[in-house]
Ligand binder design. Sequence first.
Ligand SMILES: O=C(O)CCC(=O)C(=O)O
Ligand SMILES: [Fe+2]
Length: 225
Amino acid sequence: MSAERSLADTSRRQGPDGDDPLDRIAAALRETGYIVLPAPLPPALLGSLLRHFRSIDRARFQAAGIGREQEHQLNQFVRTDEIFWLDRSNPAVAAYLNWAETMRLGLNRRLFLGLFDYECHYARYDRGSYYKKHLDAFKGNTNRIVSTVLYLTPNWQPKDGGELQIYAPDSDEVIEKVAPRFGQMVVFLSEEFPHEVLTSHRPRYSVTGWFRVNNSLGETIDPAR
Ligand SMILES: O=C(O)CCC(=O)C(=O)O
Ligand SMILES: [Fe+2]
């Protein structure tokens, strides 16, 4: 079964009161603003993504930036991971993007978020890497609405560290510590939850992505010249 069908098929299999993953994700975003999904994707797709990740030459990863929408400002104090932006040229990534598209449509249908697209990158945290407490988006100044992180670190153990700590909105209170366990995913509202990647004691692999809205209406030429 293809990846994007797994979300759709699961929902079709279950009755109206059944456990449709998209219903669950939407309800969690509405009620608490985030959800941890232990294994939302087919194992075969996870394996293909990990193989692709590992096949990419280290030199092609770039030091990650910070600032508005993660623009170009490098600051080693804030984050030390390296990233690789993804597109459809790899079949595993294309399957993952199809799965994300099903999620985008499902969330729009349920929450009327007007999500317009999804952008994502691989991230590698080498031993000793971290990402200090931050928000992915600032209210009124962002396209990023929903953040996703899919973990691809095989055989993660608690001693490996690198957990994602999620804080309550506008707070220092830690409300969730997410293990970067292979196949686990976290989904949260980008503007609401400060979060932090604790120091990883071994190489840590992930796919980070954002569902975005299109704010460019004001500049659109309509009708076109
Ligand atoms: O990898 C994670 O757990 C979170 C990464 C993150 O916060 C980011 O890339 O903005
Ligand atoms: Fe983040």
